[in-house]
Design a protein around this ligand. Structure first.
Ligand code: ATP
Length: 442
């Protein structure tokens, strides 16, 4: 039996993952049969609160305990599934009560949705929701067609995220260990020691994106007043548990490991420029056709083209050191960009970049020598060639002596720093397309 929930939080508080912990506690008369799932959806939808995440838990009757995945003031285990299946009806009122207890229902932008299901909808719902904007009608049709029990609050938009998260089949996946604060600490400053986080990041070999070595800042604790103390991301759920012992300071009240689609690039589709529509994400190959320019606020923009058209690409100020890489591009460079497409003006917000071919950059060192007298010739004006004042011999512009300028770039991949990374972006450490030659932005 699956319980999916979305859109319970606001910028002022709560976190839908916290509700997952509350639901697991509520249903302690049943067993957990799988990791709770934290499913990130399209990072470009305009109405997301922060990371556009929805949660799914799988409960039922289990046979025997398999693996410990949390402690919610009581140990949490995944169980091997038994043949007996619970009845959905038993769940609805209890889930509703929990959502109504914890969701920020007074907030205009919080529109919770909850779904109870005994089977997953088609994966196409997930694919559409992680890459594009989903029409509510499509979701309503599926809810009417299937044997779901559901409830949407306010404008019911949360049902989109809940159904789409339920539809996720993990192809690529990672884990996140989330820890939560005691209620009387919510909204107060988090007391964590940066040194512990650096040590933990070095010690856990399968963990990633937990410390920003370029910006020298921790990336595990949020800044918001939500119940999360910190979250550690990685590929090995057992290794993640070691973080609990390595991070001192404020003690979490509960912890839970989620299976997630974070760091998978599931949001990215290969596209031509003309096909890249606003609010989606794309991987686009093309040629740089303008020198990068800095605009107010420290953002860097340049134009690129492919056979279907042109697009502006942007490395915004929060991408910090990555902008130094982008600044070094010149017209003629062949690149591939991963990123979200903004509507107005149509802009690709760069998450990752692969340099496929670097244009040669040359600088004039001196005017050509006169073949007759050996003296340096004089310029006849911009791009007008050269003439020897004494012998009157002429030379073309291209005959001037030039030297190759070091570009300071390599034909490899570059990515924005951890602090500016999308939850869904696959870091280069996990990305096979770039793995052998990857370079960070500094
Ligand atoms: P947090 O990550 O902090 O839990 P959030 O960023 O997930 O918060 P939500 O509060 O869940 O933000 O708001 C996102 C809203 O957008 C939800 O109502 C969700 O159903 C809806 N939504 C998500 N993806 C899509 C999509 N691709 N198309 C249409 N609606 C979507």
């Amino acid at each position: 039996m699956f319980i999916a929930v979305d859109d319970t939080d606001s910028r002022e508080g709560m976190c839908t993952t916290f509700l997952a912990t509350e639901l697991i506690r509520e249903f302690d008369d049943f067993d957990l049969l799988d990791y709770p799932r934290l499913v990130r959806l399209n990072p470009n939808v305009p109405w997301k609160t922060r990371g556009n995440g929805a949660i799914v838990i799988t409960i039922g009757y289990g046979k025997r305990k398999n693996r410990k995945i949390g402690n919610l003031q009581g140990e949490v285990y995944i169980h091997e599934e038994d043949t007996e299946i619970p009845k959905k009806r038993e769940f609805l009122e209890r889930v509703k009560r929990k959502v109504e207890q914890w969701a920020e229902l007074d907030n205009d932008n919080t529109n919770p949705g909850l779904i109870i299901a005994d089977e997953r909808p088609s994966e196409r719902f997930y694919r559409k929701a992680v890459r594009d904007v989903v029409d509510f009608e499509m979701v309503q049709k599926e809810l009417d067609r299937g044997s779901y029990l559901y409830k949407g609050y306010d404008d019911r938009r949360g049902l989109v995220g809940a159904l789409s998260a339920l539809a996720w089949r993990p192809g690529d996946f990672t884990y996140e260990l989330l820890t939560y604060r005691k209620k009387d600490r919510w909204g107060k400053e988090r007391e964590l020691n940066e040194k512990d986080i650096i040590n933990m990041d070095g010690a856990l070999k399968k963990a990633f994106d937990n410390y920003d070595h370029e910006e020298k800042e921790q990336a595990i604790a949020p800044n918001s007043p939500c119940p999360v103390l910190y979250g550690v991301r990685g590929e090995d759920p057992d290794e993640l548990k070691q973080a609990l012992k390595m991070i001192d300071g404020e003690k979490p009240e509960r912890w839970l490991i989620f299976l997630t689609n974070q760091a998978t690039d599931d949001h990215i589709q290969e596209k031509k420029i003309s096909e890249a529509s606003p609010w989606t994400s794309a991987k686009i190959g093309g040629k740089v056709i303008s020198e990068p320019r800095i605009i107010e606020g420290g953002h860097i923009l340049f134009e690129m083209e492919d056979v279907t058209g042109k697009i502006t690409a942007a490395a915004y100020e929060p991408t910090k050191g990555f902008r130094e890489v982008v600044k070094k591009l010149i017209s003629g460079d062949k690149i591939e960009l991963w990123g979200g497409i903004r509507k107005d003006p149509k802009t690709l917000n760069i998450e990752k970049m692969r340099i496929l071919g670097l244009e040669e950059k040359v600088e004039k060192v001196s005017n050509p020598e006169c073949p007759d007298c050996g003296k340096r010739m004089s310029s006849m004006g911009t791009n007008a060639g050269y003439r020897c004042k004494r012998c009157r011999t002429k030379a073309k512009e291209k005959e001037a002596e030039r030297k190759k300028i070091e570009r300071g770039l390599e034909e490899t991949c570059y990515e924005v720093p951890v602090s500016a990374r999308r939850h869904l972006s696959k870091p280069l450490t996990r990305d096979n397309t770039c793995r052998s030659t990857s370079r960070r932005s500094s």
